[in-house]
Structures are given as C-alpha cells and as structure tokens.
Design a binder for this molecule. Sequence first.
Ligand code: AMP
Length: 221
Amino acid sequence: MFIVLLGPPGAGKGTQAEIVSDRTGLLHIATGDLFREAVRKGSELGALAKSYMERGELVPDDVTIRMLVERINHPDAEKGVIFDGFPRNVVQAQALDDALFSHGHAIDRAILISVPDEELVARLSGRWVCPNGHIYHALNSPPKRHGICDICGAELYQRDDDKAETVRRRVETQRPPADLVQYYARQGKLDEIDGKRRFEIVTRSLMQALQTVTPSVSHPT
Ligand code: AMP
C-alpha cells in the first residue's frame, strides 16, 4: 500500500504518519527528516538544502525528487510506504507516480488532514520558551503562572519563528496547493479528514480511511 499524507504545517502529519507506520508496518518516508539528516551529516545535499530550509522555502524539485527516488529504490520501500511532506506540488506528485510505476506500484490513496488557518496559527504560535530551554504551550501545556517558567522562574518569551505573523506566513505558503489536492481528487484517490478534532480521533479516522484501501490493516486499539 502506498499512501500520501497531505496537510498544512501544524496538522500533526509527522506524528500521525509515525503512528500509522507503527500500526501498519508501512515505511514512513518524510522528506523533511531526510533533509534534516543530510544537514546533520554535513553532506553536500545537506549544505544545499540548509539555506532553503532556514528560509522556510521549498528545496528545488530536482534535488528533492532525486533524494526521494533514491530512498524509494531501497528494498525496504517495496512493502509499502506512507509519504509525509512529499509531494508538495504537482511536479513532485508526477515524479512520485513515475518512480512508483517503475517498481510496479502506484499511490493507492492521498489523505488530506484539513485544519483551518486560525487553528493552525493558534497551535503553532502557542509555544513559549524560557532562557534555560524549558518549553510550554499556551493551549496544551501552559505554565502555572502566566509568562513565568514553572521550573526556574525565568520570564518566558516567544522565538521569532513562533510569532503569529511568521507562523501565518508559513501556513499560507506551505499549505498543500489546490492543484495538488485536485491531482489526487481527479483520480478518485483523495480522502479528507477533519484535523480540528482530538489527535486520537484523527488517528482513528486515518486508520479507517486506510482500512478501505486494504482489509489487512489492523484496527486502532
Ligand atoms: P517538513 O519537515 O516537511 O516541514 O520540511 C522541512 C523543510 O524541508 C521544508 O520547509 C522544506 O525546506 C524542506 N522540504 C521538505 N519536504 C520537501 C519537499 N517535498 N519539497 C521541497 N522541500 C521540502
């Protein structure tokens, strides 16, 4: 089974993909993770990707596609993959189809986790940190006293890239483009999941969507 997971930043794609991978045995391929690993290793690819990643821009298609195709060529991808963060546009989607076709496979389903912009901004801009690295979230794990670290009593602040303005820009530029969503809808492969709901409920919907692809997928516990 070959699944594409689509969604804006803050939709919880990465964590959901990880859970689905654990429960189904599908290989989780996240291009963002591959790039971060390349940066950590200091490889040529990493050096190239780094500047784009730092600006919050997409790495050029040719580089990204080459990296993805190489990953798919590994034997561990033969049993099925959940793609997370790829494709980001129609060119990448077509390249993915071609690459899978050459292995005798095809995308079975694209699942879009939809979350309204304002909810994403609230989620992504809710992070507050203290100078000693303790992290809070205005919605999920607020400090006991507003603006003050529970652990060391220091004043909390927001990183520049977590500020609402910046987050809003990121959400606008990184949400899956309409023509990409259409690409899968036209092929009758698109499922849309309401990502506003509790995380576990979204996981359950995801698993149910996969269930309709193949009955061999185990049910959530
Ligand atoms: P992510 O973890 O998916 O948010 O990706 C982190 C960064 O890696 C993105 O902001 C891009 O710079 C780069 N990246 C990840 N996936 C892709 C992709 N499919 N195409 C281009 N750039 C990507």
